[in-house]
Design a protein around this ligand. Structure first.
Ligand code: C2O
Length: 587
């Protein structure tokens, strides 16, 4: 340690002298291509200072990396493809404002040797993940044994249940910075959502299997998208699958889960809740998910922290909604499941995410297994996980796109929601006429752009939104309803629904064609950047909803404008404002 500090000091002096010399040389060097004008001298000088700043900060951070320090006169940015964590940057983070958590490993991952991911032996039979509510007692006995061992491992064992849960905490609260910047890395609300969680449960499953030396052991999925699977599976009411931090009103039998939970009790009869759930699934998987970005989430690139905040349909709900539905209401932040830093402490998390993971595959199958994203910034993004031998593995998104190669599969089951296409709540022509009568005089003159002030969703709002062209150009083009500039003032749960051409949007739901989609946000906490203590301002987010199928269903393809209604849910709108609503087209 001492020696390292000396080395830094010597290097520092050396570099300072070198820099000073280069500054002088730069200014007087006539061959320098950028030196023709006085202005360019300034550029050159400031570049030199930029180096200086970088080197000083690099020394201060103690992470001397040569690829971070320019070594030529024309410093080039390191080749940055994809996102990855800086494993020496693990720092305290905020699960909630004012609520600091620390989920870093006891020994920094940067001090461990790393191996690159290798596919499992293809001759080993596939592990088949099945519906948890149909698992037999043999299976439950095995899983019980494996989980008990996992829970008994000491925290410094990366295979322990505590560490598994904290991996999720690290990546969801932004405890790691991105590799080449001080921007934090976060795996929710973007295209990282599906692949990162696939990796987490992949290693989790293999660790469980190895603890009981059973190559066939597989996780199970909570089949909340099918009627028989919508109640909390029995297994989770027995040790070691119990988590005391669950909602007592929701997580009890025979309560049917509200997979589009609005923070208010739906109080529906089981059959009603089931058909609402199925229609909602249809929306999130089919009509609302016709384009990759709509399902996978927005494009998150290196160094652009917070500029992408657009979760895909299924991530928003059922994913987020069920997290909050399971978490305990009397806990301040709905721990465990209702808040990301604690969510993976509940064993049901892994069954929830197995279903999410399965649905990614189902969605892909519905589009003939076409590759979802070919952008290298996605494919080459990589993360680190410990495998069943406690080795630290570097794994890329491109490694996890084929689950057969990963050695597992899901049992093939029907998708009952495929036949649950919503219907218009009333005759669309009559509705349109009534809407025009009711709103025209007053709303037509109002703009659907509320900038600069934004509009608070303290009550339901309806606006007329102009369609830039009343015919979609090509068959494949998707019409997108964009709610932009969503600003959540306090870090609290927020949910609002969006309806098109609805007479009374407060009385209908996803079972009606008028339902265009939902926005759900779990509190995220603020993020702390390594060594700077600087609080990142969260940027506003955007909700994009695919509405082509909705427009067909409402016979609204010829209309020049649409009536769009935003319905805040569970009283959460007072914390939310939006800058406006517009229509775009997605190729
Ligand atoms: Cu990373 Cu279900 O959350």
């Amino acid at each position: 340690m001492e020696a390292k500090r000396w080395l830094h000091a010597v290097l520092f002096t050396f570099v300072m002298v070198g820099l000073f010399a280069s500054l002088v040389i730069n200014v007087s060097n006539e061959e320098h291509t950028h030196m023709r004008e006085e202005k360019n001298k300034l550029v050159s000088i400031s570049t030199t200072f930029l180096w200086l700043k970088k080197i000083v900060s690099s020394l201060a951070f103690g992470d001397w990396q040569f690829n971070k320090v320019p070594v030529s006169e024309h410093p080039e940015k390191p080749h940055r493809v994809g996102l990855s964590p800086n494993t020496s940057s693990c720092h305290k983070s905020f699960a909630k404002p004012g609520f600091q958590v620390y989920c870093c490993p006891p020994k920094p991952e940067s001090e461990e040797p790393v191996i690159d991911f290798e596919f499992p032996d293809p001759s080993v039979p596939l592990r088949i993940r099945k519906r948890v509510h149909l698992r037999d007692s043999d299976y439950i006995a095995k899983y019980t044994r494996a989980l008990k061992i996992m829970k008994s491992l000491p925290y410094d064992d990366p295979r322990s249940f505590g560490r598994q849960a904290d991996m999720h905490c690290i990546y969801c609260t932004g405890a790691y910075n991105q590799k080449y910047t001080n921007d934090i890395l976060s795996i929710h609300r973007s295209w990282l959502f599906f692949p990162w969680h696939r990796m987490l449960i992949y290693f989790h499953e293999r660790i469980l299997a190895s603890l009981i030396e059973d190559d066939t052991f597989s996780l199970s999925f909570w089949n909340w998208d099918a009627p028989e699977g919508m109640v909390t599976p029995d297994m989770y009411f027995k040790e070691p699958f119990i988590d005391t931090e669950r909602s007592e009103t929701h997580v009890r039998r025979p309560k049917v889960a509200d997979i589009n939970y609005n923070f208010v009790e739906s109080n529906l009869k089981p059959e009603e809740q089931i058909s609402k759930n199925l229609a909602f699934m249809y929306h999130q998987m089919v009509s609302g998910a016709k384009k990759v970005e709509l399902f996978m989430g927005c494009t998150y690139k290196p160094g652009t922290n917070n500029s992408c905040d657009g979760p895909g349909t299924v991530e928003l709900a059922p994913h987020n909604a069920l997290h909050s539905w399971v978490g305990k209401e009397s806990n301040r932040y709905l721990e465990n499941m209702g808040v990301f830093y604690a969510a993976a402490r509940d064993p049901i998390f892994y069954a929830h995410h197995s279903n999410i993971d399965r649905l990614w595959g189902v969605w892909k199958e519905l589009r003939n297994n076409e590759p979802e994203i070919v952008d290298p910034d996605w494919l080459e993004s990589y993360f680190y996980f410990h495998n069943e031998k406690s080795q630290l593995v570097r794994i890329k998104i491109r490694d996890v796109l084929n689950i057969t190669k990963l050695g597992y599969d899901y049992e093939k089951i029907d998708h009952p929601w495929l036949n649950a296409r919503p219907k218009p709540s009333m005759d669309p022509t009559i509705a349109r006429h009534a809407l025009n009568m009711r709103h025209n005089g007053y709303l037509t003159t109002q703009s659907s752009d509320f900038t600069p002030k934004g509009r608070t969703l303290d009550s339901t709002i309806t606006v007329k939104v102009h369609r830039p062209k009343n015919q979609r150009k090509t068959e494949n083009e998707e019409e997108i309803l964009v709610v932009y500039g969503i600003d959540i003032k306090e870090d609290v749960y927020v949910k609002f629904d969006v309806y098109v051409n609805a007479i009374d949007a407060t009385t209908i739901g996803p079972e009606s064609t008028e339902f265009a989609g939902t926005y759900v946000s779990l509190p995220k906490g603020i993020t702390l950047v390594l060594n700077e203590g600087e609080v990142k301002r969260k940027s506003k987010s955007t909700l994009k909803l695919g509405i082509s199928e909705l427009l067909d269903g409402l016979q609204a393809n010829e209309e020049e404008s649409l009536w769009v209604t935003l319905v805040p849910r569970g009283g959460t709108g007072v914390h939310t404002s939006v800058d406006g609503i517009r229509i775009e087209y997605m190729a």
